[in-house]
Design a protein around this ligand. Structure first.
Ligand code: MYR
Length: 185
């Protein structure tokens, strides 16, 4: 039966957001499932998810910079915080914490305790080597490459493998200085 009192706008929007999030999660699951069927080897699926993420990341950076009003970061530490607090929030709806810095300030971990990609997900034994969320590592790598940072991204912890959080290690390999586009005469 329809409710006698219509729900407030806020409640309706909250519900629409939840449904969209569930649709997103289920759609991602369907993509991973299809890749497993098509490619058969989990290693190949890992590579494909990373590549798909990279292709998304190199496009998503424009939207990120336009919507976030983030300007040049002073160093990689600030970049990592921006990814964790602004980027993840914007595209995944959750924030990450940044820890495990090396002495040089070029390698850190992004920790996700809540990850909407894995809601409803349980991996069967046949998928043990799968990095289910590998699309995320590709997105971060692609986005950073577009702002002149070559990185290597590695999963250190994965809740689908029984760990207590998702930990994504981000290592800055090379920062290509941007060239001033005009000649001083
Ligand atoms: C700069 O110094 O040019 C700013 C760099 C900001 C990079 C932010 C990259 C955002 C990546 C979003 C990842 C979302 C993953 C779901």
């Amino acid at each position: 039966m329809a409710p006698a009192v219509p729900r407030s706008g806020d409640a309706i929007f909250a519900n629409v957001e939840r449904v969209n999030a569930e649709l997103f999660t289920l759609t991602y699951g369907a993509i991973v499932r299809q890749l497993l069927t098509d490619l058969e080897e989990v290693e190949e699926v890992n590579k494909q998810l990373d590549q798909m993420g990279y292709n998304i990341g190199i496009r998503l950076i424009d939207e990120f910079l336009a919507k976030s009003n983030v300007t040049r970061c002073v160093d990689f530490r600030e970049t990592a915080e921006v990814i964790a607090k602004v980027g993840f929030k914007m595209f995944l709806g959750v924030t990450a914490s940044v820890t495990n810095w090396d002495n040089e300030g070029t390698c850190c971990s992004l920790i996700l305790e809540d990850n909407p990609l894995v809601d409803f997900v349980e991996l069967p034994d046949t998928c043990q080597g799968l990095y289910y969320c590998n699309i995320l590592s590709g997105v971060v790598r692609g986005a950073l490459e577009m702002v002149s940072m070559k990185t290597e991204i590695t999963w250190i912890r994965d809740m689908l493998r029984g760990d207590d959080a998702f930990e994504l290690q981000v290592k800055l390999l090379k920062q290509v200085p941007e060239e001033y586009p005009y000649k001083d005469d």
